[in-house]
Design a protein around this ligand. Structure first.
Ligand SMILES: [Zn+2]
Ligand SMILES: [Zn+2]
Length: 148
């Protein structure tokens, strides 16, 4: 007859142990599957592109404004100061390779902006250029403004 309480006691402990084990397991699991979980996050972002976009845009835009402020908010070549036309330029070229080196991947505006902020907005290597001046340099080696 007294088997019953023992049994429920046993099950209670069993459940407690299972919960603890699961927690430890999840912790380990997260550590071991960082890559997979990152992919999962990416998959979520893919399934919820609008939500992700809004969040990503908001944080990146705030950071971008901070960086543009630090670099004078205008094109170093022609003085264009329309926010939408401006981008950070790697003065000595090789921008993509450098970005890859510092961010671990290509492009990735957000990671690059964070790197700039964390490194105190280095001005010897970076400046703001408008897209016109930027593309002219990329296509022709120099901007037509330099001939004026
Ligand atoms: Zn310009
Ligand atoms: Zn120019």
């Amino acid at each position: 007859m007294n088997a019953r309480p023992n049994r429920s006691e046993y099950f209670r402990n069993y459940r407690k142990r299972k919960i603890r084990e699961r927690r430890e397991y999840q912790h380990e699991y997260r550590k071991r599957n960082k890559q997979r979980l990152n992919e999962y996050t990416k998959a979520w972002q893919k399934r919820n592109p609008e939500k992700h976009k809004v969040h990503y845009m908001r944080t990146t835009q705030t950071l971008k404004r901070k960086i543009f402020d630090a670099y004078g908010n205008k094109c170093a070549c022609c003085g264009e100061n329309t926010y939408e036309f401006l981008a950070v330029d790697h003065i000595h070229g090789g921008g993509n390779q450098h970005r890859k080196k510092i961010t671990g991947r290509g492009g990735g505006g957000g990671a690059f902006y964070r790197w700039l902020r964390n490194n105190g907005f280095p001005k010897d290597d970076f400046r703001l250029l408008c897209h016109n001046c930027n593309l002219a340099r990329a296509f022709y080696g120099k901007c037509p403004h330099e001939n004026v």
